[in-house]
Design a protein around this ligand. Structure first.
Ligand code: NAD
Length: 270
């Protein structure tokens, strides 16, 4: 039996990529049955297949999640933090599974996701690609190997000019992974950019740097620099498909799991 998918943020960049991959049966057991957008979106009322540049499929983009929710098994959401924090409660109430790709949620919004995960299975990850999740695992491993060995960690990310949050959710996750490997608490060692006479760099610090421009899809580098040598772990996304393929893999995986907040590392078995 196919697992029925509802896309939230369906008219957006990720929504369109997900639609195209679902229609190409990239994950053969998933079927697109519903699509949702904010009421002001020009996509509302349009056929979601046509909106994504393909053929009509008979699924119109709705402005109300509650009305389409009964048709689905799993909701995939790539929208805004506010929308995600509201929708996660609605999905939990209906007892469906959820995949959250939206980034930039604040502490209160993340708490709503956490509360919902006591009732339904949710996969949430700031980056759904296989490559970045491997990079997360490698970063933690390298940091653990280098701890107490005088290597400085800096994280540089580059994204398109339309990205709203900075640093990227992926950069923050990489910072978490490095901090975990070093045995540090990220909040007390993170520095976001530098300007002016900041003085010498303390050893116990993780620096984040966000570059924005053009249509860059997303590059991340974790730099471990010591006296005389430097290790750089890098990942480059060349289009959005890697994120969308990961999200579809997560959607297929999460249906019928026990209620919990899972990450892509759970889905991919890393
Ligand atoms: P986008 O702006 O192109 O699309 C977002 C869509 O969500 C828009 O069409 C918008 O109208 C819609 N939306 C906003 N509020 C809504 C609401 N209340 N109900 C329904 N739809 C609503 O952005 P994008 O590039 O597709 O990215 C969306 C989110 O996904 C961002 O937070 C981005 O950082 C994140 N993202 C995550 C990954 C990942 O792998 N986890 C990858 C790429 C992007």
């Amino acid at each position: 039996m196919s697992k029925k998918v509802i896309l939230v943020g369906a008219a957006g960049r990720m929504g369109q990529t997900l639609t195209r991959l679902l229609l190409a049966r990239a994950e053969p057991d998933l079927e697109l049955v519903g699509a949702v957008e904010r009421p002001e979106s020009p996509g509302v009322g349009q056929d979601v297949g046509r909106w994504a540049g393909g053929a009509e499929i008979g699924v119109n983009i709705s402005s109300n999640l509650s009305t389409v929710l009964p048709d689905g098994d799993v909701v995939i959401e790539f929208s805004s933090p506010e929308a995600t924090a509201t929708h996660v409660g609605v999905v939990a109430e209906a007892g469906k599974a959820m995949v959250i790709g939206t980034t930039g949620l604040d502490a209160a919004q993340r708490a709503k996701v956490q509360a919902a995960a006591a009732r339904i299975p949710i996969v949430m990850a700031p980056n759904m690609s296989l490559g970045v999740n491997l990079l997360l695992a490698l970063t933690e491993q390298v940091a653990r190997t280098l701890r107490e060995r005088d290597f400085d960690v800096e994280i540089v990310e580059r994204h398109h000019r339309r990205k709203k949050d900075a640093p990227s959710g992926t950069a923050l996750a990489l910072g978490e992974a490095a901090a975990k490997g070093f045995g540090w608490d990220l909040a007390s060692v993170a520095v976001y950019g530098r300007q002016g006479l900041v003085g010498e760099r303390p050893a116990k610090q993780i620096g984040f740097h966000a570059v924005r421009g053009g249509d860059l899809v997303g590059d991340h580098t974790v730099l471990f620099a010591a006296e005389g040598e430097c290790i750089e772990l890098s990942h480059r996304a060349t289009n959005r498909e890697a994120f969308a393929r990961g999200a579809l893999r997560a959607a297929s995986w999460v249906v019928n799991r026990s209620p919990k907040l899972y990450t892509m590392r759970d889905v991919l078995g890393l």
